[in-house]
Ligand binder design. Structure first.
Ligand SMILES: Nc1ncnc2c1ncn2[C@@H]1O[C@H](COP(=O)(O)OP(=O)(O)OP(=O)(O)O)[C@@H](O)[C@H]1O
Length: 457
C-alpha cells in the first residue's frame, strides 16, 4: 500500500526497533534502522527517506536537548523531511517544542502501534501530495505561466495595469492581498514579463521557517557553519542570481532577518552563514503579504526602513468578493483545469442555481478556495455534467449546519462529520480513485464504498 515509502527508524531500544520495524515492513514500507545519533545522521544524509521516526533521547549522551539539535540538523539539511519524534511520557513539553521547530508530529512511549501506523501513513501521504502538487505546479508553470491571470473586473484590471508598468523595471514590488488572491501568480507573471524572464524565479515563504533555518535558506551556508552543515549550500538569493526572488509572507519575517535582508538589498551582497566574505548577487525582489504592514510598523514588528526598501511599487490584489463579475469566469477556468486532471477529462458546467450560489458565497479563501471547490466538485459529482449548489462544500454546510449547529451536535454526529470530511478530502487527493483512497485511509475498498454510500458522497 505504501509504494515502498522509505522509513528511517531511530531508537536505541533494540526491542522497539525490531517490533515496530517489523510492523512497518508488514505494511509494505522499506525500513532502515539506526540506534544512536551519529548513525541516524549518517543514514539520514545518505538516504532519501519519506519519514523519520526519531527517539529524542538517544545515545551517546541520552539528552533530550541533543535530540532536538539532531532534529534541527536534519531539517536544515532537508526542510521537507517528515520527522515524527518519539519521547518518554514525561517529556511531552520537549515533544511540543520539537513540533514547533518543524517536526511533523510526536508520539509518546509506550507507542500504540495503530497510532504509529496512522501517523506514518499521514506523513507519507503528505510527502506524496507535496510531490504531486509540485509536479503539477511545474507543469502548469511550464505550459503558460504568464498570461494565465484571469479576470476582467475593474479592481483586478487596475492591478494588472500596474503590474505591466513595473514588469519592465527592476523596481522592488510589494504585492498585497488576502490569502489566495493570487499574489504568487502575480509575482511570477511580473517576472515572466520582465527582462529577467530567462533567469530563475525562486519563491521562499518567510513565515514558514524558524529563524535560523530561514537565514541559511535565504543566504546559504558554508561547510561546518553549524553542526550538520556537511557541505556548502547556496541560499535562495544565490539561486535567484540574475532572476527574481519572491519573498512570500514578508510580514512574518523576524526583525533580525529584516535587518540582514535590508543590508543585502542595499548592498547587493549576501553573507552565507559561516562565510568569511560576502558574495555579490543580482536579484530583483518581489515581496508579498496578507498582513497590514502599517499596523506591524506601529507595533514595532516591522522596520520602517525595510518597508520602504521593499515597497518600490505596491500592487493590491482585490479579494474575490470585490470582483464578483470574475467569479463565473474564474470558476469556468478552474473547471477546465480540473477536467484536464480528472479521469474522464469531461468539463463540468454550472447550473444557474450553482452560479448564484458561487456569487453568494463569501470566499474567505479567495481564488484558492474557488479552485479547490471546482476540483472537488469535478471529482465528487461523478458522471453528472452540470454542477448544482449542493455539489459545493458550503452548499452542504448551509443545509446540514442549519439543522444541527456544531455546538448541539452529539459526539457521534461530530465524529461522523469528521469522517465524512476526511473521506471527501482523500477522494479529492486521489482524483476520485477509490482503491487508492481506501489505501490511504486504511479501509478495505468495500468498507470505503459503504461509507461513500452512507454519506452520499
Ligand atoms: N487571476 C487569476 N487567474 C487564474 N488563476 C489564479 C488567478 N489568481 C490566482 N490564481 C490561482 O489561485 C490560486 C492561489 O493563488 P496564489 O497562490 O498566487 O495566491 P496567494 O495570494 O499567493 O496565496 P497565499 O496568500 O496563500 O500565499 C493558485 O492556484 C493560482 O494559480
Amino acid at each position: 500500500m505504501s509504494d515502498n515509502a522509505r522509513i528511517l527508524l531511530v531508537d536505541d531500544d533494540r526491542a522497539f526497533r525490531r517490533v515496530y520495524g517489523k510492523l512497518l515492513e508488514g505494511e509494505g514500507y522499506e525500513v532502515e534502522r539506526a540506534d544512536d545519533r551519529p548513525s541516524a545522521r549518517e543514514a539520514f544524509s545518505s538516504g532519501d527517506f519519506d519519514v523519520v521516526v526519531l527517539d529524542l533521547m538517544l545515545p551517546p549522551d541520552g539528552s533530550v536537548q541533543k535530540g532536538l539539535d539532531a532534529l534541527s540538523e536534519m531539517l536544515s539539511e532537508n526542510p521537507r523531511a517528515k520527522i515524527v519524534v518519539v519521547s518518554g511520557a514525561g517529556d511531552t513539553q520537549f515533544a511540543v517544542r520539537a513540533v514547533k521547530e518543524g517536526a511533523f508530529d510526536f508520539l509518546t512511549k509506550p507507542v500504540d502501534p495503530d497510532v504509529l501506523l496512522i501517523v506514518v501513513e499521514r506523513a507519507v501521504a503528505r510527502t506524496k501530495l507535496q510531490r504531486q502538487v509540485e509536479s503539477l505546479q511545474d507543469s502548469l508553470a511550464a505550459s503558460s505561466p504568464a498570461g494565465a491571470m484571469i479576470g476582467q473586473s475593474p479592481a483586478f484590471e487596475n492591478a494588472v495595469r500596474m503590474a505591466e508598468r513595473v514588469a519592465r523595471s527592476d523596481l522592488p514590488v510589494l504585492v498585497t492581498g488576502e490569502n489566495g488572491t493570487g499574489k504568487e501568480l502575480m509575482a511570477r507573471t511580473i517576472h515572466e514579463h520582465s527582462p529577467r524572464a530567462d533567469g530563475a524565479f525562486v519563491a521562499v515563504n518567510c513565515g514558514a521557517l524558524p529563524e535560523t533555518l530561514l537565514e541559511s535558506t535565504l543566504f546559504g551556508h558554508v561547510q561546518g557553519a553549524f553542526t550538520g552543515a556537511k557541505t556548502d549550500r547556496p541560499g535562495v538569493f544565490a539561486e535567484a542570481d540574475g532572476g527574481t526572488l519572491f519573498l512570500d509572507e514578508i510580514g512574518d519575517t523576524p526583525p533580525s532577518l529584516q535587518v540582514k535582508l535590508l543590508r543585502t538589498l542595499e548592498s547587493g551582497e549576501i553573507h552565507p552563514v559561516g562565510a568569511d566574505r560576502p558574495q555579490t548577487v543580482d536579484v530583483r525582489i518581489i515581496s508579498a503579504t496578507n498582513r497590514d504592514l502599517d499596523a506591524l510598523q506601529a507595533s514595532g514588528e516591522f522596520r520602517e526602513d525595510f518597508y520602504w526598501r521593499i515597497k518600490g511599487a505596491e500592487i493590491a490584489l482585490p479579494p474575490l468578493r470585490r470582483r464578483p463579475t470574475d467569479i463565473p469566469i474564474l470558476a469556468a477556468h478552474f473547471l477546465n483545469q480540473a477536467a484536464a486532471l480528472s479521469a474522464d477529462g469531461r468539463v463540468k458546467t454550472l447550473s444557474d442555481a450553482a452560479r448564484s450560489a458561487l456569487l453568494e458565497h463569501a470566499w474567505s479563501g479567495n481564488l484558492r478556495e474557488l479552485r479547490h471547490e471546482m476540483q472537488r466538485a469535478t471529482v465528487l459529482v461523478g458522471e453528472r455534467d452540470v454542477l448544482e449548489p449542493e455539489d459545493f462544500s458550503f452548499g452542504h454546510k448551509v443545509a446540514a449546519g442549519a439543522a444541527t449547529p456544531d455546538t448541539q451536535a452529539t459526539l457521534h454526529e461530530k465524529v461522523e462529520a469528521l469522517e465524512r470530511r476526511e473521506i471527501e478530502a482523500a477522494l479529492v487527493r486521489h482524483g476520485g480513485n477509490r482503491t487508492r483512497t481506501a489505501e490511504e485511509l486504511g479501509l478495505s475498498r468495500q468498507g470505503l464504498l459503504n461509507k461513500i454510500e452512507r454519506y452520499g458522497l
